[in-house]
Write a protein of this length. Structure first.
Length: 123
């Protein structure tokens, strides 16, 4: 039977918590680096996804800008890609640019968290 002193147990707990926090920090910065790298790879390309609309389970309709002034409507499925049509620049209604983060969220995590916390406090 192992007899471990209280001091050793506390030390082991502190080491495990420190390792856990270290892994979280490394994961956070690695994710940010990967997102920045992917964003930099897509800058200045000829294709841009303007809008995506989910139609069914794994089926989407996408509006793409190809080149300068050519807009394509594409149907995207699990294993297929179909050109549905083409729009002229006059037919496309572009919304005002919003400040969105990398993942398409308008609000920051802090704003969402504060809203959630205030909703909880109201109850």
């Amino acid at each position: 039977m192992y007899l471990v002193s209280t001091g050793e147990s506390i030390f082991q707990l502190i080491v495990v918590i420190a390792i856990f926090i270290g892994v979280l920090v490394i994961t956070y910065y690695a994710t940010r680096w990967i997102a920045g790298y992917q964003r930099a790879m897509n800058v200045g390309k000829n294709f841009e996804v303007i809008e995506i609309q989910k139609v069914a389970g794994n089926h989407y309709v996408m509006l793409l800008r190809a080149g300068s002034g050519r807009y394509l409507i594409v149907g995207v499925g699990k294993e297929e890609l179909t050109l549905l049509g083409e729009l002229s620049p006059d037919e496309v209604v572009l919304s005002e640019p919003t400040t969105m983060d990398t993942y398409g969220f308008k609000d920051s995590f802090r704003e969402i968290f504060d809203r959630f916390r205030s909703d909880k406090d109201d109850k």
